[in-house]
Ligand binder design. Sequence first.
Ligand SMILES: NC(=O)C1=CN([C@@H]2O[C@H](COP(=O)(O)OP(=O)(O)OC[C@H]3O[C@@H](n4cnc5c(N)ncnc54)[C@H](OP(=O)(O)O)[C@@H]3O)[C@@H](O)[C@H]2O)C=CC1
Ligand SMILES: CC(=O)N[C@@H](CCC(=O)OP(=O)(O)O)C(=O)O
Length: 403
Amino acid sequence: MASLAALSSNLFNGGCLWKYQDELKVSNAGKLRIRVTSMASSSPAQSLQFADGKANKLEKLRIGVLGASGYTGSEIIRLLRNHPHFQITLMTADRKAGQSIESVFPHLVTQDLPNLVAVKDADFSAVDALFCCLPHGTTQEIIKSLPTNLKIVDLSADFRLQDIAEYEEWYGQPHKATALQKEAVYGLTEISRREIQSARLVANPGCYPTSVQLPLIPLIKSNLIEVRNIIIDSKSGVSGAGRGAKEANLYTEIAEGIHSYGITRHRHVPEIEQGLSEAANSKVTVSFTPHLMPMSRGMQSTIYVEMAPGVTTQDLKDHLGNYYEHEEFVVLLKNKEVPHTRHVRGSNYCLMNVFPDRIPGRAIIISVIDNLVKGASGQALQNLNLMMGIQENLGLGCLPLFP
Ligand SMILES: NC(=O)C1=CN([C@@H]2O[C@H](COP(=O)(O)OP(=O)(O)OC[C@H]3O[C@@H](n4cnc5c(N)ncnc54)[C@H](OP(=O)(O)O)[C@@H]3O)[C@@H](O)[C@H]2O)C=CC1
Ligand SMILES: CC(=O)N[C@@H](CCC(=O)OP(=O)(O)O)C(=O)O
């Protein structure tokens, strides 16, 4: 793999070896913008050929997926199917170690993938980068023991909170990798692109915090909304709880009804407040209540905010529209269109819109994402693309599923 090593080393040094062109914007009923990308003359394959002078076959970066038998891991595998420069060479599982991926997820049968192995049996010399899709609380020790040259995107909550004491308070256990915590970059892609590009370890945001911070951070940074009295009402599909069997997630427990949970105590509160406080440059406290919905995937956050004096809902719309104008995956809907979770199913889009409240001076912001894609695996892939110097949206251009 000498040529791959040459390529990797160039990428790890922050080089962006290849560029993509032919951006084609397609309007989908005036709502979504799709970019079709194709390789320009300086492709990674060509760089690779130049690197060893004789390679004539495309080589890819070798990707490991820890927790491949879970929901977010399987979504990573689905997305990587269309990635021209990433090839999965390692997949781990816990209870399902030893099995083939198609025995765990039959819809992935057409892919040529290695069998699932236990983390303790994984050969990390066979990978250049990792997606870590393990339950929170298990990841710190595992990542701490890995070779330090690996680029890692951790989808768990283990490295999201910069304040160790806050982590220990909200997660109820000691932090086991405090040195690594200092290195970890919080990976809200559209907000922290530059930091992500040079990161080795990225803490991928939680799904609720993604749906909340994408609309609020630009508005707070521009002082368009007050940072007091922010009320967030969020709703999630059941896949947000992972694939592990839990009584509370049985069909009989969640079908034909909804319920709130984690009222004032949900572990995403400190994550949301961390991001909003950084944007405001002062401590922000929010009222956040999540709800479990009888649907398999998707998430909506309805956010009630107070506007700064003299600001109108049109000002909020104009600002969000401008802020995300060149973003492929964050879309401000037009006019009074209401975001719907069905419109983002299976895709990496965040759709949002702003509405006037009946209470003068207040606005209602609604954002929707697919918790498993923009709220997890899709954003993780955007982040790894950035970390590897690859065009950020590669592998993610799929249209939403409808219905
Ligand atoms: N689901 C979602 O919407 C989102 C989840 N996340 C985060 O992503 C991470 C993965 O979530 P999700 O995919 O839903 O979880 P799942 O429960 O669906 O999958 C967990 C995976 O980790 C493996 N695993 C479980 N315990 C251990 C262990 N002790 N050691 C090693 N491997 C283990 C499981 O293996 P096996 O199947 O063999 O038991 C499985 O592959 C979590 O940290 C979650 O908080 C982030 C954003 C959104
Ligand atoms: C429905 C449901 O249970 N959702 C999860 C959040 C899932 C998520 O995205 O966040 P993490 O990555 O932090 O796990 C919860 O409320 O804990």
